[in-house]
Design a binder for this molecule. Structure first.
Ligand code: MN
Length: 319
């Protein structure tokens, strides 16, 4: 619960696993009992660990790869069942939990309909998509009906990492995976994959077609705020300056999930402005207390700290 002497805290890259969805993918995480226990919990344990760290609300989403690697025929009813179950958990604790939908992206029209159903009928705050859908990046035009619907509903789409595509794993990471399996995931593979996803979204022209489309990236923007100037410079052609950096700063919001670096945050604030930055943890892959403690210790005034901890999210998600 919010103490009187601190800002309200909302975290929005906070995961769970739906038992039926989790059966569809392999994950090393499934073999870690303490982690699995937390992924399976949408009740007392999660709430206690939120309380211990001073987190008032979690916007809960499925963990990677969610429903992005399931064929269309299976994914459509499965995402619907999983979203209904998440809705029940949110309804049990409406002052503590909110939801991001899982979308059956293998069937884009059905995914757009499911986004609308979950937002309009279940009160979800948007949706989270985990990496490419069966190998196809989200910027592909087949997915644009989802963008159109997100814009119409005025909800953001959160592009979350998943394991890199097999050709990239082979060329970039295989030599070191035995000793350092995390190289493929949070150490570096996720960052490259998801930053590439963000860049491709901008290059696709989707934001020209959908000028009010809103995208969230985690992990302090997957390194894009650091790189935006250079990308923009390199993409400029002769006397035709690139609009990459402007598009990024207009359409993207970023969260602090799993990246509690003060120098990296300062870079993000300087590049994007403090209004674009949203506190998140990446629970339970990352524990809550280091996140809230980091925020408390930041060399920021109360006004900016409050924006990051909940003010920006309240505005973006209309909470
Ligand atoms: Mn995450």
């Amino acid at each position: 619960m919010a103490a009187k002497d601190r800002p309200f805290v909302i975290a929005l890259e906070e995961h769970y696993w739906d038992a039926e969805v989790a059966k569809t993918f392999e994950s090393a995480e499934a073999r870690k009992p303490a982690l699995r226990q937390r992924l399976d919990d949408l009740g007392a344990l999660r709430l206690r660990e939120m309380d211990e760290a001073g987190i008032d609300v979690q916007v809960i989403s499925h963990g990677a790869p969610s429903t992005q690697r399931i064929d269309a025929a299976s994914a459509v009813p499965l995402a619907r069942r999983a979203n209904d179950r998440l809705h029940e958990a949110v309804r049990a604790h409406p002052d503590r939990f909110a939801g991001f939908a899982a979308l059956p992206t293998a069937d884009p029209k059905a995914a757009a309909d499911e986004l609308e159903r979950t937002v309009a009928r279940l009160g979800f705050k948007g949706a989270m998509v985990h990496g490419p859908t069966n190998g196809v990046f989200f910027d592909d035009k087949r997915f644009w009906p989802i963008f159109e619907r997100a814009q119409a509903l005025d909800v953001p789409l959160y592009i979350h990492p998943s394991s890199p595509v097999p050709a990239v794993v082979e060329a970039y990471y295989r030599d070191y995976l035995k000793e350092f399996p995390q190289l493929l995931t949070a150490a570096w593979g996720y960052t490259v994959e998801t930053a590439t996803h963000g860049i491709r979204m901008i290059l696709s022209g989707a934001f020209d077609k959908y000028p009010r489309l809103k995208i969230i990236l985690g992990h302090l923007g997957e390194s894009l705020p650091f790189s935006a100037w250079r990308i923009n410079m390199a993409l400029s052609r002769g006397d035709k300056p690139s609009t990459f950096r402007d598009t990024f700063n207009e359409h993207f919001w970023i969260t602090t999930s799993g990246n509690f670096s003060t120098p990296a945050l300062m870079c993000c604030i300087m590049e994007m402005g403090v209004d674009r930055i949203l506190f998140s943890v990446d629970y339970p892959f990352v524990p809550n207390p280091p996140g809230t403690q980091w925020m408390a210790d930041l060399p920021l005034g109360l006004e900016d700290r409050t924006k990051i901890l909940s003010g920006n999210t309240k505005r973006l998600l209309r909470m």
